[in-house]
Design a protein around this ligand. Structure first.
Ligand code: C2O
Ligand code: CU
Length: 465
């Protein structure tokens, strides 16, 4: 499978005189995200209004679901800008409780990062807050609340945020942005309580039984056989890991959390831990008129997480139109310099569980977030973080504000903001702090775990003068 994908990378020719073949009419209509409305005429400023509010949506046939949404949409509107743009979000909270927005992966100033009580005050019901920042990096990002987040994200608050690089080569395939999530629904469509299942459910992390692709159950995407598509996936689920299976197909991964890779990697069944992103190229191949279903496959994230779990449908790919010749993938040249670890400060963290406490308490170095003191760092400093997972379950670890490079276990060089730490394993990464002093967060992105205490803060100081 991998061999097929790699040979596709290097083959193909194109007849310049023929009209370029295209995807079937309305190919992505059932799945396309609604973009936000830019109300600023300056081409380098994206200025939008955004409102969080309760919204009744029809998700399953049993009855309506009282979701929480951005702008009444599930997921929220797709925010799109280009490198260097200024983004202004006039945000209003119409939820019955306070909230904030965290711009996951975006290197914004600390004051715009959405951590209540650390980088900004919580935004009360009917209050507004203007987020205003420059977007320095191109990639697939997302946004979500950072208060009562297991409940607020679980009930529907998340959206995609893409930053384009105008210098990126054209011809990487027709783009689809997929926000993957799940919801815990009763048969009548009502939402289960965010604490349903108690401590045991918190310990496993809550996986909703209804799998959603851009807010829909099992939507259909059309594809012209042979024509590449670029699938950008965002895992916005509270807990669920996604291992993606597209039978008879393999993918070429060109990017992840922090933009493009230095070179494409062939992958059969990509895995996205909570909050991770993947930028994939795929060449759908199938008989016109036929369907192939892209499925979720259980990923072993620790004790009991794969037992008795058959694959589940995510979305349908429907083949339409005469097979087209596959164009050659343009070369991608992303240069990433490995960060030097010379003189780096070691930071040793273990991801822990205080057994025997009710309610369940998770922590970092045995300290839950509400009792923790911030780690310290200085602008310009390099640190090597060692994350030691002492538990029987994996934790997707996220650092706010700064990309890092994973050192161990060894893997191809890329910029990451979220990394999976498998059960009873150790992950090391190197991070260098740029000029954005302030308070930053780090936590497990299984949001039930973060809320149970697996979170900490980092105070980044200006260097002494
Ligand atoms: Cu997407 Cu603090 O997280
Ligand atoms: Cu966790």
């Amino acid at each position: 499978m991998a061999v097929l994908a790699m040979s596709w990378l290097g083959c193909g020719s194109h007849d310049e005189s023929a009209p370029a073949p295209s995807q079937p009419p309305g190919w992505d209509e059932a799945i396309r995200l609604t973009p936000s409305q830019d109300r600023n005429s300056d081409p380098n400023v994206v200025e939008i209004d955004l409102e969080a509010k309760p919204t009744d949506l029809s998700i399953i046939s049993g009855g309506p679901t009282a979701t929480w949404t951005y702008d009444g949409r599930l997921p929220g509107p797709l925010i799109r800008a280009k490198i260097g743009d200024r983004v202004i979000v006039h945000f209003t909270n119409r939820l019955p409780e306070q909230t904030t927005i965290h711009w996951h992966g975006l290197r914004v100033p600390a004051a715009m990062d959405g951590m209540p009580g650390q980088s900004q005050p919580p935004i009360a019901t009917n209050a507004s807050f203007d987020y205003d920042f420059i977007v320095p990096d191109a990639s697939t990002f997302w946004y979500h609340p950072h208060l009562n987040s297991a409940a607020q994200v679980g009930d529907g608050l998340y959206g995609a945020f893409i930053v384009d690089d105008p210098a990126e080569p054209a011809g990487l395939g027709d783009e689809v942005v997929f926000v993957l999530s799940d919801m815990s629904l009763n048969e009548d469509g009502s939402l289960q309580a965010p604490d349903a299942g108690g401590d045991i459910a918190t310990l496993f992390g809550r996986e909703g039984g209804t799998l959603l692709v851009n807010g829909k159950v099992r939507p259909t995407l059309k594809a012209r056989p042979g024509l590449p598509q670029r699938w950008r996936f965002i895992n916005a689920a509270r807990t669920r890991y996604y291992q993606l299976s597209f039978p008879n197909h393999s993918f070429v991964r060109i990017g992840g959390d922090g933009g493009l890779l230095t070179e494409p990697i062939a992958v059969d069944e990509p895995v996205l831990a909570p909050a991770e992103r993947a930028d994939l190229i795929v060449v759908p191949q199938g008989t016109p008129g036929s369907d192939v279903v892209v499925r979720w496959v259980a990923f072993d994230r620790g004790w009991g997480t794969t037992f008795n779990r058959p694959p589940e449908d995510l979305f349908v790919v429907h083949f339409e139109g005469e097979p087209a010749e596959t164009p050659k993938l343009p070369a991608i040249h992303r240069k990433i310099d490995p960060l030097s670890t010379d003189g780096a400060t070691p930071i040793d963290l273990s991801l822990t569980w205080q057994t025997g406490t009710t309610p369940l308490v998770l922590g970092i170095n045995n300290v839950p977030f509400d009792q923790s003191t911030p780690l310290m760092a200085t602008v310009g400093e390099t640190q090597v973080w060692t994350l030691d997972n002492t538990m029987d379950w994996a934790h997707p670890f996220h650092l706010h504000g700064f990309f890092f490079q994973v050192l161990e276990p060894p893997r191809p060089l890329e910029w990451k903001d979220t990394v999976n730490v498998p059960a009873h394993e150790t992950v090391r990464f190197v991070v260098r702090y740029d000029e954005r002093p302030g308070m930053w967060m780090f936590h497990c992105h299984i949001l039930d775990h973060a809320e149970a205490g697996m979170m900490g803060s980092l105070m980044l100081m200006d260097p002494p003068r």
